[in-house]
Design a protein around this ligand. Structure first.
Ligand SMILES: *[C@@H]1O[C@H](CO)[C@@H](O)[C@H](O)[C@H]1NC(C)=O
Ligand SMILES: *[C@@H]1O[C@H](CO)[C@@H](O)[C@H](O)[C@H]1NC(C)=O
Ligand SMILES: *[C@@H]1O[C@H](CO)[C@@H](O)[C@H](O)[C@H]1NC(C)=O
Ligand SMILES: *[C@@H]1O[C@H](CO)[C@@H](O)[C@H](O)[C@H]1NC(C)=O
Ligand SMILES: *[C@@H]1O[C@H](CO)[C@@H](O)[C@H](O)[C@H]1NC(C)=O
Ligand SMILES: *[C@@H]1O[C@H](CO)[C@@H](O)[C@H](O)[C@H]1NC(C)=O
Ligand SMILES: *[C@@H]1O[C@H](CO)[C@@H](O)[C@H](O)[C@H]1NC(C)=O
Ligand SMILES: *[C@@H]1O[C@H](CO)[C@@H](O)[C@H](O)[C@H]1NC(C)=O
Ligand SMILES: *[C@@H]1O[C@H](CO)[C@@H](O)[C@H](O)[C@H]1NC(C)=O
Ligand SMILES: *[C@@H]1O[C@H](CO)[C@@H](O)[C@H](O)[C@H]1NC(C)=O
Length: 858
């Protein structure tokens, strides 16, 4: 019972600062201290802590200021809790904090006191989020008991959103929000919820925070029944180069067991036993021991020696901490004196943190950027705050998104109907590449219907009815509407020509975004084109024809081919249909592919294919500089790739072993090449013959695809059976998804460095082999053993799962290359930030040190 009382008093004290400490003019430069619900201009310095609190008016324009009920406003309540901001509207409200120093570790603390501010006597319950990840459910016990929660978090960008989410159990509100810069070295980079920060010898109801603690951590008293307290009035020194900064005032008291032979036992129980724990124990001898006395102890975790022997030094702090998180269904910490020790163990202070992985990814950056622009362009009057898609339960009203495990969510639907929009159709909509459903009906939009809407590949529903749009409907939209691939509604636009306009007025060019201009230009100028990608175009608006004029679309004579190859001097390789020779054009090394005369004769559309090839430019596709088409001499001139083909690198045991990251990078290069062929070219190009020998590497080991865009006949005949889509044998048709299948096989080969068909194995094909191992959960058995475990297992899991999904027998189960690229990006990011990801937060659910432990944050 005593213990329980102590617990309650500590919790109360956490919010109602009972212990005035001397107010020094201390540095608060790493602090943001917001008293929510006070007006701009009523900033103040707290009388007890000296901390300067400011209004939240600059952080949010939502919500209303409220005071707690006068009945509850009794003396002893901290000023920050007397008023609050309540948010009756909007399902998610965010405070965006921008500390001076980004990418540092911060303590973030939020406090709530309902105080019956609305006189409804109905305590609300709602969720608190850190960005898109759940931080805590705010669960208030009654109107007059505050709730505080703290998290240690490494900022990954220059700002952080703290969001209140209405979960249907009452109106969210907040009383106080604090951000404190910590010493970066103190904690692991994983986010951690503070569940206990206690001084074992602190006087009861004595609470310590700023300015005694320069980081404004709140320390509360804690002790167990079988402990006695010892105190000293002398200051306790910190070690040199101290990173914990535990104030001397905390260390000046210590607890020892009443029974001198007992250990100090701290059983840590958690609701979710898989939650990892970080523990910090602080010791200092506070008795000046005579010569014949010693205090020496060991620390055991679950009966296994963890640290020790430890001999605390007189008036000097020693800190013992977990470098890696502790785990296990039960964690019992026991501090026991050694045989030689004449005195029992002691403990001065304890810090306990819980880890929770922050797994939810933020919305795909390009989508966020686009929708933010749309929001500001139309001055959308909605509670659109924080991340558009996350958390899933509180995405922006009018949006829908795709959610796929670790991948960033993508915006798939935008409904801005009846929203009072004016102006033109925002060009930023074109950047919502995954959009399927777009409803802009019942607004006052003017101007014409932009062409780019017909280039949104996934658009299925387009509702532009009841606006003031003019001009004509782009013909491709009409066609898609007629053939049933698009539900189009353009009714009730008085100035709009119907689909078969006879006197088409000249449509004013409304597209202001460069990619749109390019699309339109190319669409009218040539039948077949590929989009330019922003990142490989410096000047933005360059047309295909004006790029690389020297080598582009160049027609070579046979005698030039002889010169280029110095009369076929050096052969690089030989295939079923052609030989490849080394050569030079200007001073650039090239590879010249000469078709065998019989193929050359049968290959009727050679010059069409060749012209087309010279127009395709992408950094993950081998460039075709030109061709020769003279009598029966047919040749293609390509960029020379110094590091040969991927098969050689994967299977040649003498080649350098590729690291996991390099493998992911190569896979991503290949995926991007395919994505471009599928989505960037119109009509799409099916590679049809993807295999490691067709993946070439340049001097930087950047991978590029070769052998695409040639006659289908050649492609299929020349293909290697084990990479071909099994559905091809049924349908005799190659589709984009056939390439995805081949990619899956190639990705497995990259992961495993194993031939696709291994004659020695029972499960001959790499897919069967991998799915057998996967069935046993033996992911390590799949990865090239030469990597010796030097990879992030999660990243490997994801890559293998991706490969298996790509290689699904049924083509509809295979992802599109865009999704593949995204997934690989994610694998790569995981691997790159392998060591200690900044992601992570906590499982809060109650944690206890056995019977008497103070989850101080509650
Ligand atoms: C709010 O912003 C205004 C204008 O930038 C500034 O003058 C004022 O000091 C800010 N107030 C607070 C409390 O930060
Ligand atoms: C709370 O009470 C104090 C005095 O007890 C008074 O000064 C203050 O204005 C009250 N605050 C609110 C929000 O009612
Ligand atoms: C101290 O603990 C030991 C071992 O548990 C026990 O035998 C002894 O009786 C205890 N002494 C007191 C005074 O409680
Ligand atoms: C230590 O020495 C003091 C006197 O110097 C004596 O009174 C005490 O009993 C001794 N304690 C032990 C544990 O030997
Ligand atoms: C105890 O002290 C003796 C004498 O100083 C020493 O030899 C022995 O190693 C110590 N034992 C332990 C477990 O520290
Ligand atoms: C959002 O999209 C998902 C998946 O496409 C769908 O199941 C769900 O019904 C949609 N929700 C709304 C509110 O449109
Ligand atoms: C169109 O919008 C107006 C207000 O903007 C609204 O009153 C009306 O109900 C909407 N009509 C439809 C069909 O949604
Ligand atoms: C388009 O919007 C109008 C007005 O908001 C609505 O009445 C109509 O049902 C919508 N049509 C489609 C196809 O969604
Ligand atoms: C429908 O028409 C569009 C635009 O012409 C075209 O791209 C698409 O392939 C057609 N789809 C079907 C199933 O015919
Ligand atoms: C923690 O993050 C910081 C900043 O991002 C980084 O410099 C540091 O290396 C990381 N520490 C570990 C152990 O990964």
């Amino acid at each position: 019972m005593e213990v329980l009382e102590l617990f309650l008093s500590a919790v109360l004290a956490a919010a109602f600062c009972l212990s005035p400490s001397l107010v020094h003019a201390q540095d608060q430069s790493g602090f943001i201290s917001i008293d929510c619900g006070i007006t701009e201009g009523s900033s103040y310095n707290d009388k007890i802590t000296g901390i300067r609190y400011i209004s939240d008016e600059n952080y949010t324009d939502a919500g209303v200021n409220k005071n707690i009920s006068p009945k509850i406003n009794t003396t002893g309540i901290d000023k920050q809790y007397l008023n609050l901001r309540s948010f009756p509207d909007g399902n998610k409200i965010c405070y965006t904090l921008k500390p001076l120093r980004s990418k540092n570790k911060y303590l973030i603390r939020a406090g709530f006191l309902y105080g019956n501010y609305d006189e409804l006597d109905d305590v609300p319950k709602f969720d608190l989020y850190l960005g898109v990840n759940w931080w805590e459910t705010v669960t208030l016990t009654d109107a007059s008991t505050p709730f505080t929660t703290e998290i240690v978090h490494l900022l990954s960008s220059d700002s952080i959103d703290i969001c209140l989410v209405n979960t249907g159990f009452g109106t969210p509100f907040i009383s106080v929000l604090e951000l404190r810069l910590l010493d970066d070295r103190t904690h692991s980079n994983v986010s951690q919820l503070v569940v206990g920060r206690v001084g074992c010898g602190l006087a009861l109801s004595h609470l310590i925070r700023f300015s005694v603690d320069v980081y404004d951590r709140i320390w509360s008293p804690f002790r167990l029944q079988d402990w006695e307290v010892k105190q000293t009035s002398y200051a306790i020194e910190s070690p040199d180069d101290d990173k914990y900064g535990v104030p001397s005032a905390i260390m000046q008291g210590a607890a020892v067991p009443i029974n001198q032979s007992d250990p100090i036992v701290l059983p840590i129980t958690r609701d979710d036993p898989t939650t990892q724990v970080f523990l910090y124990l602080h010791f200092a001898e506070i008795e000046n021991l005579p010569e014949n006395q010693t205090r020496e102890f060991n620390i055991y975790v679950n009966n296994k020696l963890w640290r020790g022997p430890i001999v605390p030094q007189y008036l000097q702090r020693t800190t013992v901490s977990s470098i890696t998180a502790l785990e296990g269904s039960e964690i019992t910490v026991s501090i026991e004196k050694t045989i030689n020790s004449t005195l029992p163990p002691l403990i001065n202070a304890i810090e306990l943190y819980l880890v929770r992985k922050l797994l939810q990814a933020e919305t795909y950056e390009d989508d966020v950027h686009a929708v933010m622009n749309i929001k500001s362009y139309y001055k959308v009057k909605r509670y659109w705050q924080g991340d558009p898609c996350g958390p899933k339960t509180a995405r922006w009203q009018g949006l829908n998104c795709s959610y796929d495990a670790y991948d960033p969510p993508r915006i798939t639907s935008l409904d801005l109907s009846s929203s009072g929009l004016t102006g033109e159709i925002s060009p930023d909509i074109f950047n919502l590449k995954m959009i399927q459903y777009l409803d802009l009906s019942n607004n006052s939009l003017r101007g014409s219907i932009p062409d780019f809407l017909s280039h949104l590949p996934y658009l299925r529903v387009l509702n532009l009815s009841e606006n003031e749009l003019s001009g004509s409907v782009p013909s491709e939209l009409n066609e898609r509407s007629k053939n049933g691939t698009l539900i189009l509604n353009v009714e009730k636009n008085k100035l709009l020509c119907s689909s078969d306009c006879k006197n088409k007025a000249i449509v004013p060019v409304v597209a202001t975004v460069i990619p749109v201009v390019i699309l339109v230009l190319i669409a009218v100028s040539i039948f077949w084109f590929c989009k330019r990608r922003n990142q490989d175009t410096n000047s933005g608006g360059v047309n295909e024809h004006t790029r690389a004029p020297k080598l582009n679309e160049r027609h070579f004579s046979y005698s030039e081919v002889l010169t280029i190859t110095t009369n076929f001097g050096t052969i690089l390789g030989e295939g079923q249909f052609a030989r490849v020779y080394h050569g030079y054009v200007d001073r650039t090394q090239v590879a010249v592919k000469i078709f065998s005369p019989s193929v050359a004769q049968a290959y009727k559309q050679f010059s069409d294919d060749a012209k087309l090839l010279t127009r395709v430019h992408h950094r993950n596709l081998v460039t075709c500089f030109g061709y020769c088409d003279e009598d029966s001499n047919r040749a293609l001139i390509f960029e020379h790739m110094i590091n040969g083909n991927l098969e050689h690198i994967l299977l040649d045991r003498n080649a350098n072993i590729l690291s996991w990251q390099e493998r992911l990078q190569i896979a991503k290069d290949v995926a991007q090449g395919l994505q471009y062929l599928h989505d960037g070219c119109r009509p799409p190009i099916i590679h049809g013959n993807l295999k490691p020998t067709n993946i070439l590497l340049n001097e930087n080991f950047q991978a590029k695809l070769a052998d695409f865009g040639l006659s289908k006949i050649l492609t299929i005949e020349g293909s290697t059976r084990e990479y071909i889509d099994p559905e091809y044998y049924v349908t005799s048709k190659l589709t984009e998804r056939s390439d995805v299948y081949s990619f899956g096989v190639v990705l497995l080969a990259i992961i495993a460095s194993r031939p696709v068909i291994d004659g020695d194995q029972e499960q001959a094909h790499i897919i069967q082999w991998a799915s057998t191992l996967l069935g046993r959960g033996d992911i390590k058995g799949i990865v090239d053993s030469r990597l010796q475990g030097d990879y992030l297992l999660d990243s490997v899991w994801k890559a293998v799962e991706l490969a298996m999904a790509c290689a699904s027998r049924a083509s509809i189960k295979r992802p599109a290359m865009t999704q593949v690229v995204m997934a690989l990006n994610h694998c790569l990011a995981m691997e790159i930030s392998r060591v200690d990801r900044s992601e992570g937060t906590i499982e809060m659910v109650s944690v206890n040190f056995g019977t008497g432990v103070v989850p101080q944050a509650r």
